[in-house]
Design a protein around this ligand. Structure first.
Ligand SMILES: [Zn+2]
Length: 381
């Protein structure tokens, strides 16, 4: 029987204070009403539910294989940060990269670090928001408000950089990008791809000594905020990069139960679909509303859907991504559109042609003299 290869898991948590603030208000009101009828809570999940469930998930993940490695990244509206391993603390990133795995990691310490890191990120984001509001009030002028949604694209970029760092460390410090000659580059590429559990296709590294415990990288994004339209390009670029390196991305969306909030994340669906490939398919799940989100049920959902190793997924009955909405979304309004205008500088898509400048890259819009109805808009830089 083949032994399970160890996994490097990058867990990305949506910690947006505005999203979780809203949920907390809704939950408190609902719980009060239910308690009056002597009924237990029926959701929606609040940030504590997600942190508790994530910690349970991490504990189970580390117990599966003692060489498994986990890195937790937190994302708010305008900041992302690694919440575990903790900079300067015991079990810092260097320790984790070099000692590889949970053998030296104290579980209690890990839980404390995750909670502490989350609290710090949330506090900073809330303070920043407050400051912006205050400035706006004082000046009476329009100051660009804090961006809504959560910086998932930045978090995913950071996750891919960390994966690369692990892979370079596993490859005796040699980067796939550092050598000048094509021959070396080629060989290193193959080495890195092999380390990442990918198939180099040529079998040419058969003469190299077998590496101990090759890590298979994967990423799990747990998102609750609505998609941020301005992140679309960056997110898709991350997905292409991840797919090229055989990094599977899983997505878990936790909806609120308000009618006006989205029930799913089309962007997450698209990147999960995009990174499904030869090493295995990513899984996307939108957690059902109601009791499935509270009283430990969320842990059950995470454990049963996202814990099994990627190579076992084809043997299991897991949620399938059947219908992905591939329609483009307007970068300004977030609406699904069938026909749109495309910026010829940055390829952003808009329902209506922007008046003066491209919303995404700022390129100046140049109108056609004959007012033609071309799908591309002309822009000057
Ligand atoms: Zn543009």
């Amino acid at each position: 029987m083949a032994t399970n290869p160890p996994t490097l898991l990058l867990l990305i948590l949506d910690l947006s204070p505005s999203t979780w603030g809203h949920r907390s208000i809704i939950r408190t009101a609902k719980d009060k009403a239910l308690a009056a009828k002597k009924k237990s809570s029926a959701g929606p999940a609040v940030i504590d539910d997600v942190i508790e469930s994530s910690l349970a998930f991490i504990a189970a993940f580390c117990a599966l294989n003692r060489d498994n490695v986990v890195v937790v990244i937190g994302a708010t509206e305008s900041e992302v940060g690694v919440v575990y391993p903790r900079k300067g603390g015991d079990g810092s990133m260097n320790d984790v990269v070099n000692s590889r795995g949970s053998e030296r990691v104290d579980r209690g310490l890990m839980n404390d670090y995750v909670r502490l890191g989350v609290a710090e990120l949330v506090k900073r984001a809330a303070e920043r928001r407050e400051q912006t509001e205050k400035q706006r009030e004082q000046s009476g002028e329009k100051i660009i408000p804090v961006e809504e949604g959560v910086a998932i694209a930045s978090a995913l970029s950071l996750a891919l950089c960390i994966i690369n760092r692990f892979m370079v460390a596993s490859h005796a410090g040699v980067s796939a990008l550092s050598d000048a000659t094509t021959t070396y580059q080629r060989r290193d590429d193959e080495g890195v791809l092999a380390l990442m559990g990918g198939d180099t296709g040529s079998g040419s590294n058969a003469q190299e000594p077998p590496q101990r415990g090759l890590l298979t990288p994967r990423t799990l994004i747990i998102q609750s905020s609505p998609d941020r339209t301005s992140d679309y390009n960056a997110l898709m670029n991350c997905a292409f990069a991840a797919h090229k390196q055989n990094v599977v991305i899983d997505g878990c969306f936790i909806p609120s139960d308000r009618k006006e909030d989205p029930t799913s994340s089309p962007y997450l669906e698209q990147i999960v679909h995009q990174t499904s490939g030869n090493t295995g398919n990513g899984i996307y799940l939108s957690v059902p509303k109601g009791p499935a989100q509270v009283n430990g049920a969320l842990s059950e959902v995470l454990l049963s859907v996202f814990l099994p190793p990627i190579h076992l997924r084809k043997e299991m009955n897991l949620p399938k991504l059947n219908q992905v909405d591939f329609r483009a979304r307007c970068f300004e309004t977030g609406e699904c559109i069938d026909i749109g205008k495309v910026c010829n500088q940055c390829l952003s898509i808009f329902k209506e042609r922007p008046r003066e400048r491209c919303w995404t890259c700022g390129a100046k819009v140049r109108l056609k003299a004959n007012g033609g109805s071309a799908k591309r808009m002309k822009v000057d830089t």
